[in-house]
Design a protein around this ligand. Sequence first.
Ligand SMILES: Cc1cc2nc3c(=O)[nH]c(=O)nc-3n(C[C@H](O)[C@H](O)[C@H](O)COP(=O)(O)OP(=O)(O)OC[C@H]3O[C@@H](n4cnc5c(N)ncnc54)[C@H](O)[C@@H]3O)c2cc1C
Ligand SMILES: NC(=O)c1ccc[n+]([C@@H]2O[C@H](COP(=O)([O-])OP(=O)(O)OC[C@H]3O[C@@H](n4cnc5c(N)ncnc54)[C@H](OP(=O)(O)O)[C@@H]3O)[C@@H](O)[C@H]2O)c1
Ligand SMILES: Cc1cc2nc3c(=O)[nH]c(=O)nc-3n(C[C@H](O)[C@H](O)[C@H](O)COP(=O)(O)O)c2cc1C
Length: 707
Amino acid sequence: MPGILTIVLAAVIGLVSVYFLQGLLISSKKEEEVQPENDEDDFIQRLVQQKRRIVVFYGSQTGTAEGFAIHIAREAKERYGVSSLVLDFENEEMEKLDQLPDDCVAVFVMATYGEGEPTDNAVQFMDFLQSSDVAFSNGDNLSNVNYVALGLGNKTYELYNETIKQLDSRLRELGANRVGEVGMGDDDTNIDEDYLAWKDPMFEALAAHMGLEEGATGEISDYAVTELEEYNPKAVFEGEHHPRALNSVKGGHDAKNPFAALVTEARELFVDGTADRSCVHMEFDISDSGVTYQHGDHVAVWPVNAEPQVERILAVLGLSSKRHQPISIKSLDPAIAKVPFPQPTTYEAIFRYYLDVSGLASRQSLAAFVHHAPNEAAHEKLQQLSKDKDLFMSTVAAQGLRIGEVLQMVAGDSMLSQDVASSTPWQVSFDRVISSLPRLAPRYYSISSSPKLFPNKIDITTVALRFQNEQGSDLYGLASNFVSALKMKQNNEAPQLGDPRYGTPIYHLDGPRRKYVDQEKYRVPISVRRSTFRLPTSTKVPIIMVGPGTGVAPFRSFVQDRVGTAIKTKEKLGPDALRDWADITLYYGCRRNNEDFLYSDEWPDYQKQLDDKLKLRVSFSREVFKEDGSKKYVQDLIWEDRAGIADAMLNKNGYFYICGEGKGMAQDVEAVLERILVESKGIDAQDGHAELKKLKERGRLLLDVWS
Ligand SMILES: Cc1cc2nc3c(=O)[nH]c(=O)nc-3n(C[C@H](O)[C@H](O)[C@H](O)COP(=O)(O)OP(=O)(O)OC[C@H]3O[C@@H](n4cnc5c(N)ncnc54)[C@H](O)[C@@H]3O)c2cc1C
Ligand SMILES: NC(=O)c1ccc[n+]([C@@H]2O[C@H](COP(=O)([O-])OP(=O)(O)OC[C@H]3O[C@@H](n4cnc5c(N)ncnc54)[C@H](OP(=O)(O)O)[C@@H]3O)[C@@H](O)[C@H]2O)c1
Ligand SMILES: Cc1cc2nc3c(=O)[nH]c(=O)nc-3n(C[C@H](O)[C@H](O)[C@H](O)COP(=O)(O)O)c2cc1C
């Protein structure tokens, strides 16, 4: 007979299970609602059955390409009344592309990653398309396919917009017909402006090709938003990124369901009182999470918008008093736009966790608000800003204004944080807000620890990004200052005037339902992204690592990885075991020895554990100068060491790694390596360039850079 305690326990377990299941069912029902209809049919059938004439495919990692894909579909509908399907390659039978009806058009919106590679969801399609024996449903002829091409990339990377270039050239080779010019957006400057400059001529070409006439439908709604009167409070997403997080279900973590990792350590790396900047070392506990990583991987960190921007947008939209109101959001055409975040949710959660209200406002977003201005003057001003690029650049861009600030400015309101409560409220239907603002994207950081020494933690090394607008006011990078704010909160630090951390924006760090506070420590949602930035397996080939500033992050991981291997090798083969290991050389650069020399206290210990196989070459750019008085950088040290580097790369199968700032440093370092190859092989510059390319193709020259 079961005892009373057993019965009570069983009842409790039963109730808890019902609760979990209920939560999951509620959530999954919502998810079902945003699935395209007729999902079992292939995209050709869906196009025909649903009388749509445009199919937009996107290759996207962090949502930018997906966002532009939706914009194109929406604008085609608004301008010409023509409907589209917006599709992820991953879910489609792309071999049926050759069955595209000839009165339809395929649009490809493709981002480029890594060394000119497609995004994860487009890899399979690109491999299929590029294969020499490509077989669509009726062979290898795409002459009936008409297409539009938009690429997203970043000029910092050598292979700029490589994916769209390859796609365009291959489609044409297979007989397809391009409509309009290939668009290319540069994330390093202003990707929205690049898109705006490309899309009007593209739509004109598209209209001429498809026989479309302008002036069809006008503004369309993507979503139906309902303020809920009856709801289950436990099923409302207050900032959780996934139904599993809402229901506190453990495991199953990935980029869609980030793990809320406990911050076990957070400390300043620059020497207090000397540097005018801040760099944070942060450690995330991943024990029992199922999250794993390897040296060279990146970790995505999900920030929140800073509180002043959250409060501002709530006030400007007249939603401050309704911030906790649960709302449901349904897609009116799931074939075009899915609901971009989990729902039901609240206005506050949307502006804190899900939509980006921190970045520079775009002319596209401004255009979406024009018809909802609170008065004629605001309408007029906003319309001008959204239409006139020069005016936009000299006012909005020059000051680095976010969406909330622009709406305040055109309404004649004060933009000071303390005045937000008196902002003129805009009557914008909320579906327009969701359609026009970008999603809040995670930021990537090179992991600076190795699982060989620390399988249960992930370290990052983050410099807090602070820059000035044209008026000289400080602007703060969102995620890097979120990390910095979190460190200060956890350590009870209160920086004083004059400290570089003074003025860091305030962030709500407690998380939804205070889930991110854990006995005075904090949690941060993270996920790991695999990279190809890896050490060679052999310890007998020389390794050259170049990582000034925060570029050193992955090399701390590399060095720890070799230390882990060294410890094991010595255990097995004895103290002399590293005798035949090749050198591991780190070129590091910072401003001054006693100011910003990252991890300076750790390197000697690693050198000892690696029996001095680790060589450190450091440039102090504002302390040690060249003979002509100019700054001495890592590439100058590399040039000084050219004989050894040539020997390592040409005779010993060496590996050369560059990490950090991509435009100046990485390109200068590549140039010096090319010079070394040219000089030591006695070849000309063109062949030197080809040698460098060969090294990249063979995976012996690897870059991990950002702008
Ligand atoms: C693969 C990879 C690895 C990386 N590893 C590291 C690392 O190890 N350490 C590290 O510190 N960083 C690293 N980064 C950079 C990191 O991902 C972030 O880009 C960085 O921390 C800045 O993010 P943020 O959110 O603070 O800045 P954001 O808010 O994203 O701002 C970035 C830029 O956007 C523009 N911007 C933003 N707001 C405005 C505005 N209001 N007006 C005008 N312009 C604006 C500015 O140009 C600014 O410089 C890495 C990046 C990549 C891609
Ligand atoms: N994605 C982002 O938005 C992001 C994230 C992190 C950093 N950053 C930016 O990236 C840059 C590097 O930042 P950081 O903090 O890692 O490093 P940093 O401290 O600015 O620079 C590290 C060292 O590299 C030197 N350096 C500058 N230009 C160089 C070049 N062309 N070749 C070789 N060395 C060079 C610097 O010298 P001097 O300064 O004395 O010239 C310094 O000694 C900064 O502009 C920073 O704002 C951007
Ligand atoms: C790690 C990383 C690697 C990248 N590599 C390239 C590249 O090789 N070439 C390029 O043109 N752009 C490159 N980019 C820029 C992206 O293509 C660009 O930011 C794009 O807008 C991302 O789109 P998404 O948000 O849809 O993924 C890279 C960006 C990141 C973060």
